[in-house]
Design a binder for this molecule. Sequence first.
Ligand code: ADP
Length: 640
Amino acid sequence: MTSPPSPGSSPAAPLLWIGDREPARLRWVSPHLATSFGHPREGWREPDFLRRLVDPRDFPNLQEAWQGVVSTGAPETVDFRTVSTQGALSRWTVDLSAIESSEGGWEVFGTLHPQGVEERPPPGARGVCDLELAVRELSRANHERDELINSIDGIVWEADCSFRFRFVSKQGERLLGYPLQRWYQEPDFWVRHVHPDDQRWASEYCHSAAEQGLPHEFEYRMIAADGRVVWLRDIVTVVSQDERVQGLRGIMVDVTGQHAAQEHLERTVSLLEASFDSTADGLLVVDGDGRVTACNRRFQQMWDLPEALVAQHLDAPLIEAVCERLVDPEQFTARVRELYLHPEEESFETIELRDGRVLERYSLPQRLGGAVIGRVWSFRDISLRVRAERERERLLREAHEAIQVRDDFLSIASHELKTPLTPLRLSLQVLRHMVASGQPGSLSHVDRALGQVRRLSALVNDLLDASSVGVGRLQLHCAPVSLRDLSLEVAAEFLAVSEQHPITVDAPDEELLILGDSGRLSQVLTNLVENALKYSPHGGAVRVSLVRDGADAVLSVADSGIGIPKEEQDQLFERFFRARNAPISGFGGLGVGLYICRDIVERHGGHIWMESELGQGSTFHVSLPVLATRTLHEESAPPG
Ligand code: ADP
């Protein structure tokens, strides 16, 4: 028999036993206890093992305490001595407690605490002293080994082939929260505490590896005492003797943190992948060597890139393909080159594509741990936004212009309406004075007053007509009209009053009948002749001509007046438009005459246009579809 652990040493591995109901009969001892006493574990099971080990003076106490625990269930502590083979007495204290056996009933669980060696061997017994020294040394070595095992950040364990633990380091209790006693005591402790989802495969895997005698390593979850799920990596070796598997030995390492980190990483990657492919932006990531490390579907679609090109994973052919679609490829490539030279730089620009699209291009360095490892290119299609902005700007500009036109018109209209009022008032005042002083009224003053009234009513009529044209309500009363007669009549009216301008009329023999409103057509011609006279301030001939041009009659009024600037000619027929040289030259007008003329002409199925050179004069043409023609000769010839 070997000596027990030396007194005063406190081995970290527990010295435990589990005994029967029957006092002082052992069923199981912890490996450390067995090792400490040097008895093979089987020997401990012999019915009178304790009787032989314990000092006969103390055995009855132990038996009595044992009996007490079994019958009352209350724990007991009892001191006893053991006798070594060399006759040394070691003192012990054992805490006995009742535990429920897995097969039902009670068992006695004992935790032993060494209290020291009581009696020294007789002097001169040198061999015994050496042995005691050796035992102390062994005990110290055991203690150190236990401390080492318990300081390992993993559960060091040993079990038999049916996973019943023979040894578990203290980390088992710390990590999972179950008292070590349960690890030892419960035959299927391990399987029962493996996560339900892992129970089956983990025990099958372990069994099969053990049967084959193979060392193995696997990860599974265990449920801790507080309900936590703990991920363990179990590194297992198989203990064999004489080619027979004796049991298993291993270390369980807590890898919960690694699993959480791995899961977090996987989630982040999946989130990134989902975002990368679902974003409306085209994204391209290129490393420092010009290799494409990522490119989303949107990028491919946006630039209409063939699959084979994208599959090359090279930036150069992609840039080339992109450039083909750009309005200004040189600027783009210059910018790309510059950014490759300055990896830290961030940049943004707006680029225009040949197909009219507008993209915003962002470029940012891709960093890893502070170092730049590539560049991210992002393209956003802003065509709709740009189009809307441009449209808004156009509408705003037009609104400003409309406001300007309205303001100009109001000031012109006020001026135009006020101008005839002064001479009208003067004429009426003179007439009143003459009548009041008994003089006969002067016809010339009456005519002058009437002239101003006519001018006023013409202005008011123009305004009314312009507003009717604006809402499409200008009335036409159509009947066959001879354009030749109409031009002669209008010209005759002006001939009678025009002193400064020689007016010539060039009318054909044929009447050039059209279907139209003679009043409105006269209004058109009158307006054109009035303008010709008005915008020829230094006199000069005004020529009215009428010709046939195929199915149309073309009426023209030419003058040699101030002309119209080229860049304003296409706006001439718009409402309230006045060429810039008209007001400068001091000519009154509302800018509605030509607007009304165009409406009248077009509603007759005709067309109005002009030719003019600034400072050289203008010619206005009106073409109207001819209804029928009869020559003067035919008209006067006798029927038949
Ligand atoms: P207004 O009352 O201003 O004459 P119109 O609509 O008749 O209005 O003419 C519009 C503008 O066209 C005029 O303001 C003038 O600038 C230009 N215009 C019309 N006819 C002539 C012309 N014969 N010679 C030069 N400018 C003309």
